[in-house]
Design a protein around this ligand. Structure first.
Ligand code: HEC
Ligand code: HEC
Ligand code: HEC
Ligand code: HEC
Ligand code: HEC
Ligand code: HEC
Ligand code: HEC
Ligand code: HEC
Length: 243
């Protein structure tokens, strides 16, 4: 159930928290926090298990300051995102491509550290969450790819980091073919004489020599104003003069 790191951290906290490592990390302390912060960890569908472990798994008092009277009387145990990596494997948040808000340690733009009514402690419903930073118009044209309606993460994107461009959860070809097996060969594009088949992969895109052709050369993965999610109205003319 728990990742190994989390489990170790749990054991660590349970055994050592009242002692020298985390002075004050006891439930009595949490109780005292809750006296004034009764809203935290309550009245929501999901509570971060870390909150149940105690506020002091993340917060600690600053020496010599009186909370809440003094400014900065409470601080985080570690800077972000190291705080999170005490219990969550850092490796999950690294990759060849890292989502900019993850890279900038802006975990809190998407997550509430305490509680939420949305799964995964998200601040909004998955799709709305993405629209906070990514223009909604780009995903809501006349024809919308049915999978994109279910939320951006469903099978297609990793939210933190990925080894594939555009934070895809796998290679773009494998991704599309995973659901559209018949189109793999490219024989759906046009019938060519002599049983030849129109290329889909491994060819340079004639319009952009730096790119290889993929399904996305012809279809927009999110939405389009043209039928079949075409990237251009007269799709063949994008690469050929004659058709
Ligand atoms: C006597 C009531 C009281 C208790 C007990 C209390 N707080 Fe607070 N706390 C407040 C108030 C009031 C504020 C708002 C202060 C402000 O807005 O400047 C606050 C603000 C905070 C903040 C945000 C502001 C900051 O300084 O970063 C944090 C975090 C916090 N409390 C954590 C805790 C934790 C953890 C505990 C238990 C160790 C705790 N509080 C115990 C009353 C209390
Ligand atoms: C998983 C780590 C974690 C735990 C556990 C945790 N907090 Fe926090 N808390 C944070 C972080 C991170 C922030 C800063 C949020 C931000 O910058 O938006 C924060 C902010 C706050 C704030 C100020 C902003 C707000 O949301 O009101 C208060 C008050 C607070 N925490 C109290 C508590 C109390 C009380 C507990 C225990 C019941 C607790 N926290 C447990 C990580 C934690
Ligand atoms: C003291 C340990 C601890 C710390 C620190 C901690 N977490 Fe967690 N977190 C847990 C545990 C335990 C779980 C439940 C097991 C799991 O999903 O790995 C969890 C689960 C989560 C989940 C999934 C919740 C769900 O509904 O499935 C999110 C999101 C999360 N943590 C975000 C954060 C973020 C962001 C930070 C840093 C601000 C953080 N955590 C810091 C212990 C911690
Ligand atoms: C752009 C929004 C976004 C940002 C930024 C973000 N997350 Fe997430 N996170 C998500 C979404 C969406 C999910 C649920 C789907 C999934 O598992 O990818 C999630 C899931 C999680 C989970 C539970 C699943 C798991 O992999 O264990 C943890 C823990 C977590 N995030 C921690 C973090 C931490 C730590 C940071 C900052 C370093 C962070 N997140 C930054 C959107 C975000
Ligand atoms: C806090 C702001 C923020 C949120 C929220 C956010 N993103 Fe991003 N995202 C960015 C920034 C900044 C970039 C880098 C600039 C760009 O490519 O637009 C980026 C880039 C991306 C990229 C890479 C684009 C490319 O062509 O390489 C993808 C994919 C992506 N985000 C998906 C998501 C998804 C899915 C969500 C919702 C779970 C989401 N983002 C939520 C800020 C955000
Ligand atoms: C998780 C499954 C899934 C993945 C992954 C997926 N699709 Fe789809 N796709 C669908 C479903 C479901 C439909 C709707 C089928 C229907 O309406 O009968 C669809 C429809 C389409 C259509 C036809 C749209 C229309 O208006 O007729 C195209 C084109 C398409 N997908 C291209 C792609 C491309 C390109 C990729 C890779 C970037 C991809 N799909 C990845 C599930 C998926
Ligand atoms: C060179 C352009 C081109 C490429 C590359 C391409 N397609 Fe197509 N796609 C088309 C054309 C043309 C149609 C047929 C539209 C029609 O029925 O008039 C089509 C239709 C589709 C449809 C809808 C089928 C239906 O019955 O409505 C799906 C799904 C689809 N393509 C998926 C893919 C996938 C997956 C890939 C990558 C493996 C891909 N396409 C690569 C041009 C392309
Ligand atoms: C993204 C670019 C792209 C699009 C869009 C595209 N093609 Fe092609 N097409 C190619 C490439 C690359 C070849 C291979 C050319 C070669 O081998 O020299 C090719 C080859 C062909 C051939 C074989 C004869 C030739 O010229 O070599 C025909 C016929 C063809 N395409 C028809 C179409 C039709 C019809 C459409 C629209 C449904 C279309 N193509 C859309 C890139 C594209």
């Amino acid at each position: 159930m728990f990742g190994k790191t989390v489990l170790f951290s749990l054991i660590f906290l349970c055994y050592f928290s009242p002692g020298a490592f985390f002075p004050g990390a006891s439930s009595a302390q949490t109780l005292s926090c809750s006296k004034c912060h009764s809203d935290i960890g309550k009245g929501h569908k999901y509570v971060h298990p870390a909150v149940n472990l105690g506020c002091s798994s993340c917060h600690m008092p600053s020496d010599g300051r009186n909370h809440p009277k003094d400014k900065e009387s409470i601080k985080l145990r570690y800077d972000m995102p190291q705080l999170c990596f005490q219990c969550h494997k850092e490796k999950k948040f690294t990759g060849k491509y890292v989502h900019l808000p993850t890279e900038r340690a802006m975990c809190m733009m998407c997550h509430d550290p305490h509680h939420s009514d949305v799964e995964d402690l998200l601040r909004n419903e998955p799709q709305e969450l993405c629209y906070r930073c990514h223009a909604k118009e780009k995903f809501t044209k006349k024809y919308v790819h049915k999978v994109a309606l279910g939320g951006c993460g469903i099978r297609c994107h990793n939210h933190h980091a990925s080894d594939y461009p555009h934070l895809l959860s796998s290679d773009i070809g494998d991704l599309c073919i995973g659901c559209h097996r018949i189109q793999e060969s490219g024989s759906h594009i046009v019938s060519l004489p002599g049983g030849k088949i129109h290329p889909v992969f491994w060819q340079k895109d004639p319009r952009n020599r730096k790119k290889e052709m993929t399904c996305a050369s012809c279809h927009n993965p999110h939405c389009s104003n043209y039928r079949k999610l075409f990237t251009y109205k007269r799709i063949c003319n994008r690469c050929h003069k004659a058709y």
